[in-house]
Design a protein around this ligand. Structure first.
Ligand SMILES: Cc1cc2nc3c(=O)[nH]c(=O)nc-3n(C[C@H](O)[C@H](O)[C@H](O)COP(=O)(O)O)c2cc1C
Length: 203
């Protein structure tokens, strides 16, 4: 019997944005995942609904996004994270893929703290972490700030937007970098789903 076509993976972008910068990046992650063939949705965690909780539960992958506040995710994101404790206890998100991105005002800005928190949060949920998967940009005499991964992160995507800038000042390289991450998560989710189907077929 011919095999039915593989269903598109589902990718949810669970994010908080106080002033709109991180929301621009969340949309970039969604677009990257959609272009790579996923059903991709945005879930603003500060207004999350019951339906959106179910969408997170059903997703193959969740990409976490937040501005960096005081060297970690924002308070609104932490409120969301703590609200997942029942799901954590039940292992509801176990073996889903996870990834993360953050934006802050300073070039470095202690963004690594936020990405480390996302990775720990994902690990506590027994999820599988997907790294950024890009070489560092803007780190040689011939490189420019328009390179992908211009800020040189590995664990996830890091972005920088001027503290007094509007959403139009989110850097195009950062948008492209987060779009790449969304696409990478979608492709990895498709591979993992195909692998699970193959293992089920042969076992
Ligand atoms: C309470 C607070 C704490 C912040 N802490 C940091 C920080 O630790 N490092 C940094 O570079 N920027 C920090 N910022 C700046 C924000 O990360 C930055 O303005 C970001 O672009 C906001 O994203 P949003 O528009 O999605 O809310 C902080 C801003 C606020 C309001």
């Amino acid at each position: 019997m011919p095999e039915s076509p593989a269903p598109a993976p589902s990718v949810a972008i669970a994010f908080h944005s106080g002033h709109g910068h991180t929301a621009v990046l969340a949309e970039a992650a969604r677009r990257g995942a959609a272009v790579a063939g996923a059903n991709a949705i945005l879930v603003p965690v500060d207004t999350i609904t019951e339906r959106q909780w179910r969408q997170l539960d059903d997703a193959d992958a969740i990409v976490f996004g937040s501005p960096t506040h005081m060297g970690s995710a924002s308070a609104a994101f932490h409120t969301f994270a703590e609200a997942t404790s029942r799901r954590f206890a039940e292992g509801r998100w176990a073996d889903k893929l996870a990834a993360g991105f953050t934006n802050s005002a300073s070039k470095y800005g202690d963004k690594a703290g936020t990405l480390a928190f996302f990775a720990t949060f994902a690990a506590q949920h027994r999820m599988l972490w997907v790294s950024l998967g890009l070489a560092p940009g803007w780190n040689s005499t011939t490189a420019t700030e328009n390179d992908l991964n211009r800020l040189g992160f590995w664990g996830g995507a890091g972005a920088q937007t001027p503290v007094d800038g509007g959403i139009e000042t989110v850097h195009p390289s950062d948008i492209a970098t987060v779009e790449h991450l969304g696409g990478r998560v979608a492709r990895q989710a498709a591979l993992v789903a195909a692998g699970r189907r193959a293992v089920r077929l042969t076992s």
